[in-house]
Every structure is written in C-alpha cells, then in structure tokens.
Design a protein. Structure first.
Length: 304
C-alpha cells in the first residue's frame, strides 16, 4: 500500500521492513529502492522505533496503525522523514499521529503534505473519528503543520494536545479527490472501454462510405453519434497523452460536425433529432423525431 501526494510516496513499513530499519537499513533501502536521509536512527529516536517494532510484531494485522511510514520524495527516492499513528483507535475513535523530518528537508512543506494525506487516509478507516497529536510547547513548526491540517488545541500542560475537527480539511479533500481521480484514470479496463467507444464512429464511417448504396444500416454513422460524443469525453478523462487525446477527439469532432451539417438536409427537425440521439442514444429515432417536430412544427419550419 502507498499513499501518493504531489511530491511524496508515503509507504508504511511492514513488520519485517520495520525490523530492517532498526537493524539493517541498507537492506531496507535496497528493498524500497530509496536512500534514507531522514532522522538518524540513534538515541531516543532509535528507542521509540524499537518500542514500536515490538508492538507491531505482536499485532501484525494492525501494523498500519503501529508501524512507521516513510516519506519518500518522488523526484529522487530520498526518504525525507517518517510518521506513524502510534496505536489503533481508542474507545473514542481517536488515533494519535507522530512525525519527523530530516533537518535538511524542513521548511519545504513536506510534512504538511504528508500529515494531510495520512489524516485523510485514517479518517476513511473503520472506527476512526478523530486524529490527535502531542507537541512540545515551543514546537512552533509542528504547531503550524497541525493548524494547516485542520487541528485545534484541546489541552495544555507540560505539552500541547491537538485534535482534528472530525472533518477532513479542504486541502485534504482536494488531495483525496485527486487520488480518486488518478485511481480512476489508471483503471486499464475503463481506459480500454473509453478508447473502443471513441473509435466506433470513425470506424463505422470508414466502413459505411464504400457501402453507402447498400443496405447496411447497422454501419450507418448516424447510429453512432453518441459514441463520438461520449467517447471523446471518456478519452479526455482517462488518457494523459496529448497526442492521443488530440487525434481522437479532433477526428470525432470533425465527423460529428459533418454529420450534423448533413442532417440539415432533413431540415431543422433532422438536426434536432440527430442532436437528441447523440446525447440520449437510448431514445428511439421515431420518438426523437416526434419531439423535434413538436419543437419545430413542419408548418412553420418546413425542410428546405
């Protein structure tokens, strides 16, 4: 599993990978194809990770809420920081998030980007209603991160406690929307279907022209105006290649305009009927024509 943001891949370490981080980081770098340059694995931080390793190995099914997540910068596969949820949701539905960056990567917005995405993921998990966090009183950089991610202060003692508002922040909503869109656009089946639909009108037109005097109504391109219309929309949504999109959409638009122009031979009623069947292909021809005549009566708008 990987959470992707604009600049980061956020990768949860499974129990075996978490152990490698503690004991043999070079092997973990090789496995994840990354270079670790975040917080040094030493001292107090090493003890924290070691403690989470023990918990993670005892509850492997919930490792996503116990283990650490690497923040891997996409452009060069450098691990800029890490974060974790510390434990499964408590009886109030709260999970605590913790995080840290390598010194060289501070003040670049990486952690705000990561916390937004991880909170968005957590809020979609069963049993989670809020995210909480603990910071030092003078941890101003951390305060700003949490504030940007929709957290508010709830308690102050020797440390500060924060809690998100129970709703996803606007930035997180945008990120989740972007992720859903990317996931949809990467669906190979939907991409194939959209391409097939977009090619129906050009192919039917190509096959119909030599047979125009024959009785091959199933190839009549007027039956496939909908495919040119909706196929172009689908290709625009699902394909990133500008060349592919430009070629297919331009071809379909050209064919649609030509066919709609020729439909004027049946008067404004013919054009209206073609447009209706292009947008609403399930409507029978006779129904579409009847509707067109109601809008443009033959007595007032006779075919030329």
């Amino acid at each position: 599993m990987v959470i992707e943001t604009e600049r980061l891949e956020i990768v949860p370490l499974n129990p075996n990978q978490l152990r490698l981080w503690v004991e043999e980081i070079s092997m973990l770098e090789k496995e994840l194809n990354c270079k670790y340059k975040a917080e040094p694995m030493e001292g107090f931080f090493h003890d924290i990770v070691r403690g989470q390793l023990d918990i993670t190995e005892q509850d492997r099914d919930n490792y996503l809420f116990h283990s650490f997540w690497f923040l891997i910068r996409k452009e060069d596969r450098v691990v800029v920081g890490s974060a974790d949820f510390k434990d499964i949701p408590n009886e109030k539905g709260e999970v605590e998030i913790g995080y840290g960056l390598g010194k060289a990567f501070e003040h670049n917005g990486y952690m705000t980007e990561a916390v937004q995405a991880m909170c968005g993921w957590a809020m979609e998990q069963p049993g989670v209603t809020h995210i909480i966090a603990e910071t030092d009183l003078d941890g101003y950089a951390s305060h700003r991160i949490l504030e940007r991610c929709g957290f508010v202060k709830t308690e102050q003692g020797e440390t500060l406690w924060w809690r998100n508002k129970g709703v996803i922040s606007d930035n997180t909503k945008l990120e989740l929307k972007r992720k859903r869109k990317e996931k949809l656009r990467s669906n190979k089946i939907l991409k194939a279907i959209s391409l097939i639909v977009a090619l129906i009108l050009p192919i039917s037109t190509l096959l119909y022209i030599p047979l125009i005097m024959e009785n091959y109504d199933f190839l009549n391109p007027y039956n496939y105006l909908w495919a040119g219309f909706y196929g172009s929309i689908l290709v625009f949504i699902f394909y990133k290649s500008k060349l592919l999109k430009g070629t297919i959409i331009s071809l379909n638009i050209l064919l649609l305009l030509c066919l709609l122009f020729f439909s004027l031979m049946g008067g404004i009623q013919g054009l209206t009927t073609s447009i209706i069947r292009m947008v609403l292909p399930l409507i029978p021809y006779k129904v579409a024509m009847g509707f067109s005549i109601q809008i443009f009566p033959l007595s007032k708008f006779p075919p030329v």
